[in-house]
Design a protein around this ligand. Structure first.
Ligand SMILES: [Zn+2]
Length: 343
């Protein structure tokens, strides 16, 4: 992957080009502009069409027209089920919606570009840019990732899926709930990046545990059950596909006109892009055989909380009303408290 400053500049350029003032609501002129942009960028990063001769995968549902996009970077063994990296490009309101979800689209394209530039993975990499993730389509039959999984996926299926959403911003804790700790913790908390889905395959904790987390982000793993299917990984999770979902959680600009490109942290995004690339590489190289029962990932989760929070562990535990971040009960409670605080 390119050097961090170049990567951050590229990510910012993509966010600024995609996240225009009119937004990208399905069926609007802004959405049509976004469609053309996504198709052009997939070509520029050296993807081939996933299916047929176009990146666009249109579908019609409930009287409306939608368009998913998918490119592929050919891998060594093209008969194997591919790894998929994906993010949605539509917006909830007629505003830039940069963190939701321009940031993740830019990161997804950057990973595709890096993989293409290095000659590909052990298997194909699908670069999927989904339509219609936002309400009223969220978790409905019209949702782009649902239609992709059920109608547009080829017979090889998906080996592993990496989905991201809301990955452009610094994490902050509300001063109202945490008093002085919120200010004191601001700098160490900002790089937090949450991951769910490590529990989706027994080999994932070992694979993820072996990856270096780049400077500029701090990984915190939790169970998807805590937060539910917040984004496009639901279609994969429900179908038993091993997956990882990356997110910096909700913030004060979520679904608001103020979610603009100037508020994102492009250095943090560059770190997340690097991490996402290493996850895709490791997943592509792993066999991930079918497994009988759900794995308990407590050890891996505990290690990420410990490393990410550092000296803040004690004061934050106290503020959240837990004795630490070691037992299933405490992590469960801390995750739900953080969610109640708006993350
Ligand atoms: Zn949204």
């Amino acid at each position: 992957m390119m050097k961090t400053s170049t990567l951050a500049t590229r990510l910012e350029q993509d966010v600024r080009e995609l996240c225009l003032p009119e937004g990208r609501i399905v069926g609007t002129p802004g959405h049509a502009v976004a469609e053309a942009w996504v198709a052009r960028r997939l070509g520029e990063i050296d993807c081939q069409p996933y299916c047929g001769d176009s990146f666009a995968l249109p579908y019609h549902r409930d009287g409306k027209d939608f368009t998913n996009f998918a490119g592929v970077i050919p891998g060594e063994d093209r008969s194997l089920p591919p790894v998929l990296i994906g993010a949605h490009y539509d917006s909830f309101i007629p505003h830039p919606c940069a963190d939701d979800n321009g940031a993740a689209v830019a990161i997804t394209l950057a990973v595709g570009e890096a993989v293409a530039g290095s000659g590909g993975l052990e298997r194909d990499l699908i670069v999927a840019i989904f339509d219609a993730e936002e309400p009223p389509h969220f978790q409905m039959a019209t949702m782009g990732s649902n239609r992709f999984y059920e109608d547009q996926l080829d017979g090889r299926g998906v080996h592993f899926a990496l989905i991201s959403d809301l990955v452009g911003h610094d994490v902050s804790l509300p001063a109202s709930a945490l008093g002085g700790l919120a200010a004191k913790a601001a700098a160490p908390i900002a790089p937090l990046t949450f991951a769910t889905g490590v529990e989706s395959h027994p080999e994932l904790p070992g694979i993820m545990g072996g990856l270096q987390v780049p400077d500029g982000m701090k990984l915190v793993a939790t169970l998807n059950d805590y937060v539910g299917d917040m984004s496009d990984h639901g279609a994969f999770r429900r179908n038993g596909v091993p997956y990882l979902f990356l997110s910096c959680g909700h913030w004060e600009h979520y679904h608001r006109p103020t979610d603009t490109p100037d508020r994102l942290n492009y250095q943090k995004m560059a770190a997340i892009a690097r991490y996402a690339e290493s996850v895709c590489r490791a997943a592509a190289a792993a066999t991930l055989p079918e497994f009988p029962a759900q794995e308990d990932t407590l050890d891996f989760e505990r290690a990420t909380w410990k490393k990410a929070l550092g000296v803040l562990r004690k004061p934050l535990a106290k503020a959240l009303g837990v004795s630490g971040f070691d037992s299933r009960e405490d992590i469960d409670r801390a995750a739900s408290m953080l969610q109640r605080l708006g993350l």
